[in-house]
Every structure is written in C-alpha cells, then in structure tokens.
Design a protein around this ligand. Structure first.
Ligand code: ATP
Ligand code: MG
Length: 433
C-alpha cells in the first residue's frame, strides 16, 4: 500500500529556503522576458492525448513511453502535459492568436514525464519557455537565443556552451535521413537495440544515442550540415552572423537533433559539464510545420524551453545566492497587553515599510524562548515590547547579527514613531545595499 507520508516517485517538494532561489529565478525570468516584449501565457496542465501524439510525434520517447495518460470519467484520453509547445500552439489556434500575426509569448510551469528519476531528471519538473510565431527570418531565432543567453547570465550562471545545428528543410531532412540510414545499415551489426529499432521508425534520433559504441559509429556518419538546402543554409548563415554580431559564442554540433519531431532548421541547446549526464539546461529550435500540422494555416514558429530544476542545481553548484527572504525583524512581546499592541505595531510597520519582512512572535513564551526563535528565524533585529516599553510607547531594538559591537549598541530603546526610520536604516545597512 502507498505510504501516505511519501510523495509519488519523481514528484518532489521544494522547501524554504531553496524556494527563495526559485522565486529569484521566476522574477529574473519575468523581467528578462518583458525586456524583449514577450507576454506571459498560462496554459492548462491537462490536454487531450491526441494533441501530444500529433505534435510531438508518435514514435518519440515522450509519446511512446513517458506520458502520464489516463481516461477521465467520460472515457476521454487525457495526458498531463510533457511539454508546453503543443499547448501553446493549441491555445494560439483556439484563441485566434496565430493567423497573420506576430506573437511573442512565454510560459512557466510543471511538466510531467514518466522517466527514471535521477539528479536533474524527475517525473514532475518545471520549464520556463518562450515561443515566437509569424516570423520566418533568422532575426527571431537570434532574438530567442540572445534572450536565453541574457537570462542565464542574469541568473549568475557561467561556463555554458551554446550548441547549434540546422536540420534543414523537410526535403533536405528526408534526403539526409536516407543517407544516414544507408550508412547505418552498412554497420547495423554494431548498433544498439534501441537504435536498430529507430532505424525504421525515427533514424535521426539515433544521432542522439548515448550508447558509446553507437556514438563511435556516428563519428563517421554523413552530417546534416552537408545536406542543407540553399534556403536553410542562408538562414543558418544569417543566424551565425547575428550571433557573432552580438558576441554570443557557439559551437556547431551537426549531431544535435531534438527529442521531438516537430523541429526543422535551427536547433540549439545550452549545455554544461557541471551536472553530469543531465547537462542540457535549455533547448529549442524552429518548428515551422507544427501549426499547420495541428490544423492552422502555415505559421513560422521558433522557441525554447529551459529546465528549472537543472538551472537551480547549476545555480547552487556555481554558488549563486538569491536575495534572502528570511525575516528581517522578529517582534517579541511579553504580557497580554503588549501582545495586543505588538500585533498592531507589526501591521503598522508593514504599512510604513513596504517590503519589510517582519515575523510576529506567536504562541507566547518567555522572552528568552522568543529570542531563541528570533535568532533561528534568521532575522537581523529583534524588537521587544514588554510592560515597561508599552507604558513608554517604546520598544527595545536588539541587533541579532553584529558580533563585533558593544552590548550597548546591540540593544537600544526606540519610541514607536522613530521605529520606521530606525529600521529602514538598519535594514539598509544589513542588506549591504
Ligand atoms: P533530455 O535529453 O535531458 O531528456 P529533452 O530533450 O527530453 O532532454 P526537452 O523536451 O527539450 O528535453 O525539454 C527542455 C528542457 O527541459 C531540457 O533541456 C531539460 O533542461 C528539461 N527537462 C526535460 N526533461 C526533464 C526531466 N524529466 N526532469 C527535469 N528536467 C527536464
Ligand atoms: Mg528527454
């Protein structure tokens, strides 16, 4: 029987203080998307299974074995979204956002894939993503990559590699697929079982194989970059030129394909060597065929998605510190009258100092116990309101964090009307800004 006090495998809690990093990431992401004119779209977590089959592709890992699919009470097949691009296109079509228009959209939220859980790979995970519709040229591919680069930089991340490839037009891809299959057939004996199966169903995905022997075989395989059609070549050259103009370094990787069928032309990934084999933190590309494939009129599209858990792991690995969300002030009180006044004072200080993080002692306790809680809360300052202070309309202001000050400067009396300025000064100094 399921243990009631255990989460479902691969579904994780995120606890404070780590959630401070998540909030920081969310804030930085929202600012960065806004800096490029992207509007947020909120999409449902559940869609008709057919949407994902039709968009991601029937013979991809995601659709073949990773989706959480079930029948609802009406017998309809529904799936928890494994990614959001399909939903974004569906929402765009349903709400008339795509026909003859340009759209710049972003989203954030949980995705679900039934994979083997390990560091950086979970069954519920979170993505941040951006999608742009209605623009054919490499300028928008460039913008999306520049946006991702800025986001990673603003998060304080470094040592990431931008890997870049072009999958060409669907004709070029078909010709390349044939050449690849021919080459691999000649070495079929050396292929792993999964790749053998894909030889029939989805040979390009073999390029993505993690099996060393297969990888070795691929070193001499024909590459898609040799097979590019002229238009895709010009598009790809334009993108590379743009990246050089902006000083964004990249590495061409002709074996980079993506795990979803809908990509063509540009594909890219931001990778790190600091997270073991879960090294891709952001991935995307152009998917000009998808909107029509889902029943809309032909609409160029390009986008990317980034794995939030992996970004957080990398932020931790690289020592990124989020702005603290710990309380700044802990308000203690002794006695019933002081407790009532403390509640009022707490509300007033939060009114006067918007953004102030103040914890009001609750559940009573002797002053020593309250000060212990204050210390454990991480607050910089304890305010103490006892009978004497109450009578004087004052509080004791006790610094909890200076170790080198004399005891007299660690605890001082302040009248209530002075408190706002006293705290503002103290908090400013203790925040180091
Ligand atoms: P991978 O090759 O690592 O399985 P993918 O190609 O399946 O990745 P995408 O569908 O492109 O991944 O999703 C974009 C990003 O979402 C990935 O680069 C990764 O950062 C993140 N991601 C994908 N699957 C998971 C997962 N199961 N757990 C955590 N993050 C994930
Ligand atoms: Mg995957």
């Amino acid at each position: 029987m399921a243990n009631l006090f255990q989460s479902v495998r691969g579904f994780n809690d995120v606890l404070p203080p780590e959630t401070a990093l998540w909030q920081h990431l969310q804030t930085v992401a929202a600012e960065t998307f806004a800096a490029y004119g992207y509007g947020e779209i909120k999409l449902p977590m559940l869609e008709h299974t057919a949407l994902f089959k039709r968009s991601i592709g029937e013979v991809t890992d995601i659709v073949e074995k990773e989706m959480f699919t079930f029948e609802d009470r009406e017998g309809d097949s529904l799936s928890l979204r494994p990614e959001a691009t399909a939903s974004c296109v569906r929402a765009g079509l349903e709400n008339g956002l795509l026909h003859n228009q340009q759209q710049r959209l972003w989203y954030a939220g949980a995705m679900f894939r039934h994979e083997r859980p390990q560091a950086g790979r979970y069954r519920q995970f979170h993505q941040l993503g951006a999608e742009a519709y209605g623009m054919t040229g490499p300028d928008i591919d460039l913008e999306l990559i520049a946006l991702s680069a800025r986001l990673l930089k603003r998060l304080g991340l470094s040592n990431l590699t931008l890997e870049l490839n072009s999958l060409g037009s669907s004709d070029a891809r078909a010709a390349y697929r044939a050449a690849l299959v021919e080459y691999l057939m000649r070495h079929e004996g050396a292929l792993d079982a999964d790749s053998k199966r894909r030889l029939q169903s989805n040979p390009l995905r073999i390029l993505d194989s993690k099996v060393p022997q297969t990888q070795a075989l691929l070193a001499d395989a024909p590459t898609i970059l040799d097979a590019l059609d002229d238009e895709s070549r010009a598009h790809f050259d334009g993108l590379q030129q743009g990246l050089q103009d902006l000083g964004i370094a990249f590495a061409l990787n002709p074996r980079l394909v993506r795990g979803l069928d809908y990509y063509g032309r540009t594909v890219f990934e931001w990778t790190t060597t600091e997270l073991g084999s879960q090294g891709t933190v952001c991935a995307g590309g152009r998917y000009d065929g998808l909107v029509a494939q889902l029943g809309g009129s032909a609409t160029p599209a390009v986008g990317w998605a980034s794995g939030v858990e992996r970004l957080i792991l990398l932020m931790k690995a690289q020592g990124v510190v989020a702005p603290s969300l710990a309380p700044q002030v802990y308000l203690c009180s002794v006695g019933d009258d002081a407790r009532r006044e403390a509640a009022r004072l707490g509300e007033r200080l939060r009114d006067e100092l918007p953004g102030l993080r103040l914890t009001l002692n609750a559940g009573g306790g002797k002053l020593a116990a309250q000060l212990k809680r204050a210390d454990r809360s991480g607050a910089q300052v304890a305010l103490i309101l006892g009978e004497t202070e109450l009578a004087a309309g004052a509080v004791q202001v006790k610094s909890l964090r200076d170790t080198n000050n004399t005891s007299s400067s660690q605890q001082q009396t302040a009248l209530w009307p002075e408190l706002k300025d006293r705290l503002a000064g103290l908090l400013c100094a203790s925040n180091g800004n």
